[in-house]
Design a protein around this ligand. Structure first.
Ligand SMILES: [Cu+2]
Length: 200
């Protein structure tokens, strides 16, 4: 089957709304779930994994220096969407099949909040990897304005969790960027090109 090109509008992920925000800090909760989503109007809906019912996940947009807390919550099924290679390091049968941990790529964070591959957790934090340390991650966002992304990082199945859909944008804004008068609003289009780095 050949799919028509340029048939659908480019999906732009929604901006995530925080649960709480005051002058001191911002708090988000982000659920990982399995759901169906249209990936092309000529195809039936596809089962994917995503954050807050969105694939790619909703865009997290913060200000440089903003103190942000995020609780990443695994509400995925017990069975993986994709076949697991149990010979890969960290993916042997002694660990639960579906495990997740979120890494914000390029963020400056304490190690406990960095989404270490062995800090994975399962649904309801029932089982955790040996470097799991806390449920709510802290991000100090010390970077200047930049485009970062968040993605799954669980040892042995990162690539599968990301193929399944666990990735999204994390944008840091600042005054210096705003003064550059760059294209903004609907003229700023975030693009994500999925390909396989050496992710295991
Ligand atoms: Cu990364």
């Amino acid at each position: 089957m050949i799919l028509s090109k340029f048939a659908d509008e480019l999906p732009i992920p929604p901006i995530l709304i925080p649960q709480w925000k005051d002058q001191y800090y911002t708090y988000y909760e982000v659920n990982m779930t399995e759901f169906k989503q249209s990936l092309h109007s000529e195809l039936n809906d596809t089962t994917v994994w995503g954050y807050e019912g969105s694939y790619p996940g909703p865009t997290i947009q913060v200000e440089s220096g903003e103190k942000v807390f995020i609780k990443w919550i695994n509400n995925l099924p017990d069975k993986h969407l994709l076949p697991i290679d149990y010979t890969v390091h960290g993916a042997h049968r002694d660990v639960p099949e579906v495990r997740t941990v979120v890494h914000v790529h390029g963020a400056c964070v304490e190690w406990e909040s960095d989404g270490y591959p062995e800090a994975w957790f399962t649904k309801g934090f029932k089982q955790v990897g040996r470097y799991f340390n806390k449920q709510v991650y802290q991000y100090n966002n010390c970077n200047h304005a930049c485009t970062l992304w968040y993605h799954d990082h669980a040892l042995g199945i990162s690539r599968l969790n990301i193929y399944a859909g666990l990735a999204g944008f994390y944008l840091i804004r600042d005054q210096r960027e705003r003064l550059m008068n760059l294209p903004s609003g609907k003229y700023e289009v975030p693009l994500m090109l999925p390909f396989n780095l050496l992710l295991f």
